[in-house]
Design a protein around this ligand. Sequence first.
Ligand code: IMO
Ligand code: MG
Length: 424
Amino acid sequence: MNIVVVGAQWGDEGKGKLIDILSKDVDITVRYQGGNNAGHTVVVGDKEYIFHLIPSAILHRKKICVIGNGAVIDPKALLEEMDGLNRRNIKVSTQQLKISALAHVVMPYHRVLDGLREGKRKHKIGTTGRGIGPCYSDKVTRCGIRMIDLLNPRVLKAKLEDNLSEKNEIFTKVFHQDIFRFENIYNEYLAYGRRLKDYIGDTALFLNQEIDKKKTILFEGAQGTFLDIDFGTYPFVTSSNSIVGGVCTGSGVAPTKIDKAIAAVKAYTTRVGEGPFPTEFSTGLKEEIRTKGKEFGATTGRPRRCGWFDSVLVRYSVVINGISELAMMKLDVLDDLKKIKICTAYRYRGKIYKEFPLDFEVLSNAKPVYEEVDGWQTVTRGIRQYSQLPLNARRYIEKLEKLLKVRIKYISIGSKRDEIIKKY
Ligand code: IMO
Ligand code: MG
C-alpha cells in the first residue's frame, strides 16, 4: 500500500508525528516538494527532533528515506541536518538516504533574494527566508542548478556563470547590494557535491523498481493545502504543489501506484506568515491556545496565528486531495474550553458562501458563520480508547466528520508517540 500524507490547512498540522507513526509500517518514505521551509517535529521519549529536509522516518533505523526531484535542497542546511543527527547518534548512511539528482539546489543568492523581495513588497508574504521561492522561480525560468550539476564541475561552472551575470546585475542595480563572487560559490558548492555524491541518484527509477518488488512507500507532504501554489490562498502561499497532486511530478511515481491519501488536520487552525485567515481569534484566546499548543514555528520560531476550526477550508482540502481518512492532531489543546466554535460557512456582503471562495476579496473579508458546541473540560492526554473520550469530545469529532464528509481515523491527544487514539 502506497500512502500520501498531506496537511489539510496551512501547515504545522502535526504531519511529523503522524508520519513517524505511519512510517514504521512502510519500507520507504519520500519528501516530494518544498525545502527547509518545513519543520516537522517528532517527540520520542524525552527527545525532540525537528526535521526540515530529511524525512522524519530516518528515526526508524533501516527504513529508506528519499528526497525527490520536486523538493528544493539547500545543501548547507541538509548537511547541517545530517551532522546534527550524527551528533545524536543517528548515522545517515547512503543506504538510508537517497537524493534525487534532479532536485533543484538552493543557492546563496536565493536566500538573499528571498529577503530582498519581501522587503520591496507592500503586502509581505512572510516567507521563511530560506530562498524557497527564488529557487523554484529559477527552476521554472529554466536557469536552475540541480543536484547532479554539483557533481560535474564544467556544468556547474557554466550554469553558475550564467546565473551570476544576470543576478549580480539585479543585486547591484535593483537592490543596491554587493555582488556574489563566482569563485566562492563555485568552490563551496563543489565541496557539497563531493560530500553528497554517494547519496545522489535516479530516485524515480529507484522508487519504481522498489514498487515492482512490492515495497511500500509513504509520501511525506510538507506545508499544507492552503499553502499550495495553485490551490492555496495565493499569493500568500509557498512555491510548490503541497497537495497530493505534487507526489507524481515530485517523485516520478505515477498516480496509478498511489493507493490512499491521508490528511493531518489540527483540531483548530493555525497559520504562520501573512494572508487571509477567516476564523482567526481576535481575543485573548489567541494567547491561550498559542501557549497551550506551543504554537511557535518549528523553522523560524515565529508565533503562529490561531483560530477556530474551519470546515469550509478543510472540506475543500478533502476534495482536492482525495482524502479518505483524517488524522486530527492536538485535540488536547482544546481540553479546557467551555465552548468551541466550528466555522460552517462564510458571509460577505450579505451573501453566504458554503464553498471555499476563490475571489481574494471575498476570502480576505469573509466573516465566519459559526456553530457553537459545548467543550468537554476534561484532560484527554492519558486516553487511548475512543470510547473513553469525553462525550462532548466525541460529539465534536463526529460533528466534524459529518461536515467534512470523511472519517477521522486517528486522534492525537499529546505530542508523544503513543499519545494517539485509533478510532477504528
Ligand atoms: P511545515 O511542513 C507552516 C509558510 C511561510 C509563509 C509561506 C511562504 O512545517 O508544515 P516560503 O518560505 O515557503 O516561501 O513561505 O509559507 N510556510 C509554512 N508555514 N509550516 C510550514 O511547513 C511552512 N512552510 C512555509 O510562513 O507564510
Ligand atoms: Mg512548520
